[in-house]
Ligand binder design. Structure first.
Ligand SMILES: Cc1ncc(COP(=O)(O)O)c(C=O)c1O
Length: 219
């Protein structure tokens, strides 16, 4: 991190943005201790940490409401979207007052910001998530699913890895040599669809299948 800041930037970096679990990247979990160490270095250079929680928020990861909480690190800003609106077009940024208040209320930053229908829908959605403890549901159902997927992975060579937490899980589809198998992943996706299971596809080689089983978490 220090080397990147010193050699590839002007030295005046506004922010570092990262996902607590990489989403489209293939549901890659961040190694333990990573954010803790990175935050120390960012603080040295006065760089804000933004946790991009567009995929990891609202209890989806099971253990915590926000994905970054698993690291014990408090970010300066959190971005959120998909799980907030349950399909309605809405996004939000939450952060330390000092950072948020630095933007003048007179500054116009969004055409659709505050759309009343999306806002009402998001409020109802958040209430539903909290009242029905969907975080615990993600933990229980996701835990069960991961356990079963890990067992299946032992038997099936096409599974490279099972990754993720809560209901943010992916299985990586690989060929005989262990290399990513994008056509195999496409066949897997189609086979799931025929059996009534909708899965998404991600990863650099598009060979990872995020299992998006919670009604309130849209791919
Ligand atoms: C983690 C993450 N951040 C951001 C975005 C996209 O946000 P936007 O549509 O505002 O560019 C996505 C979209 O899938 C995402 O998964």
């Amino acid at each position: 991190m220090r080397r990147v800041i010193e050699t590839t930037t002007t030295g005046r970096v506004a922010a570092f943005i990262a996902e607590p679990i990489q989403g489209v990247g293939g549901f890659i979990e961040i190694p333990p201790g990573y954010f803790e160490r990175v935050k120390e270095i960012l603080d040295e250079y006065d760089v804000l940490l933004i946790s991009d929680e567009v995929q990891t928020a609202f209890g989806r990861t099971g253990s915590h409401f926000w994905g970054i909480e698993a690291s014990g690190v408090e970010p300066d800003l959190i971005t959120m979207a998909k799980g907030l609106g349950n399909g309605l077009a809405i996004g939000a940024v939450m952060g330390r007052a000092e950072v948020i208040d630095s933007i003048s209320p007179n500054l116009h930053i969004s055409t659709f910001g505050g759309n009343p229908i999306s806002a009402a829908g998001a409020l109802a959605n958040i209430n539903y998530i909290l009242e029905n403890d969907l975080q615990r549901n993600a933990d229980e159902v996701g835990g069960y699913l991961k356990e079963r997927l890990l067992k299946m992975a032992e038997k099936h060579e096409v599974v490279g890895e099972v990754r993720g937490r809560g209901l943010m899980l992916a299985i990586e589809i690989v060929g005989p040599g262990g290399d990513p198998d994008p056509p195999g992943a496409a066949r897997f996706m189609e086979a799931c669809r025929k059996r009534g299971v909708l899965v998404g596809k991600g990863g650099i080689k598009a060979n990872c299948h995020p299992h998006l089983t919670a009604a309130n978490h849209h791919p």
